[in-house]
Write a protein that binds this ligand. Sequence first.
Ligand code: HEM
Length: 412
Amino acid sequence: MNPEQVALSEIDVSRPERFKEDSWRPWFARLRKEAPVHYLEDSVNGPYWSVTSHQLIKEVDTNHQVFSSEKGGIAIVDPYVTEANQIQGQSFITMDEPQHMVQRSAVAPSVAPRNLAELEPLIRERAADILDHLPVGETFNWVQEVSIELTARMLATLFGFPYEDRRKLVHWSDLATAVPEVTGDDSIDMKSRYEELMGAAAAFYQLWAERAQEPPKFDLISMLIHNEATSKLNENPEQFLGNILLLIVGGNDTTRNSISGGVVALNEYPDEYQKLRDNPGLIPNMVSEMVRWQTPVIHMRRTALSDVEIGGQSIKAGDKVVMWYLSGNRDESVFEDADRLIIDRKNARAHVSFGFGVHRCMGNRLAEMQLRILWEEIMKRFRHIEVVGEVERLPNNFIRGIKDVPVRLHPL
Ligand code: HEM
């Protein structure tokens, strides 16, 4: 359907099929042009405001005094309170100040640059091992063999989690985000989901107990144990699981889809792929550009705590406000030829994929490091990762998910 045929007041950019079909571009383009702060009165998610321009997204994201993450959660879908969800506990991404910063500051050192540098060699070794065992000459799904496997290995490295059980981390992360309203999948068995998340909690308690007996290391659990602010995190079960799941979920889908999206983008823009072959020194900038182009987190939601005016519109206390990062990253007033991947784009880092303000992604440097290492290792081995079939995407308006990228490798 053509967005011009729909009345402006009825445009619903949240419909999951737009992301499955990858047909969202003209819809957001129209909102950016005609109503960068747009109200939809009626949707499956109730009434909501859409903020779609780069500048106004930053304005909302940095005004945490008015726009709360705690009041109504961070997704367009209202928080889903069931027993299974409560086990997910409390995490600081859905807290307002001052509690948010207390908790964030306690966990943040685990992903500080010095600690990341310690993890880099092991992450590189584990990435190289995947690439060295890929089936050259066959068609395979890049998402399964590389994006998911690499993310699992990175999470296991980060947590010092038993390496052979690494796929459990991906599984728990998938479970934690498996809410029917987001995924459109009603077949999820909420009881077994609850039991499995209890299993995750048990595994992390055991890991905590073991690590507490050992000298300090650079993995996240050890860092939490040996930091005064978090050394008793295990005594508060809700916060314990909440924060650990946040770190797993935060680093799972996002990194996975940046890896998959990067391959798709380079195939869509072969000139850019050639630029990369000619100058692998562009990798750090390319990583930012891939994160902009893919925008793994499509939106974040806030709830207005008081009446406020944004972009000339009057938002009332209690209103749901959705910042569409995917649209902000396509804003032509900031990014020239915004739909195009340009690996040496001068202002690639100005993207809004990591958000802004107090909740700005805590793992952004880790994510960039992982992607940089992966592409450095890819360029040592393969001339071309060729996409040879249809890319399959997920019907999800929160995570820009890619399920299948059939590829063939062409070694150097
Ligand atoms: C390309 C990869 C990633 C993207 C696009 C991404 C995106 C985001 C976004 C959009 C937010 C919310 C920002 C806001 O509300 O202003 C966020 C928060 C967060 N992310 Fe990431 N993320 C990525 C990787 C990671 C990784 C690897 C970790 C693991 C440590 C992580 C951990 C977190 C945490 C803990 C928060 C909550 C921060 C807070 O509330 O203070 N993220 N991320």
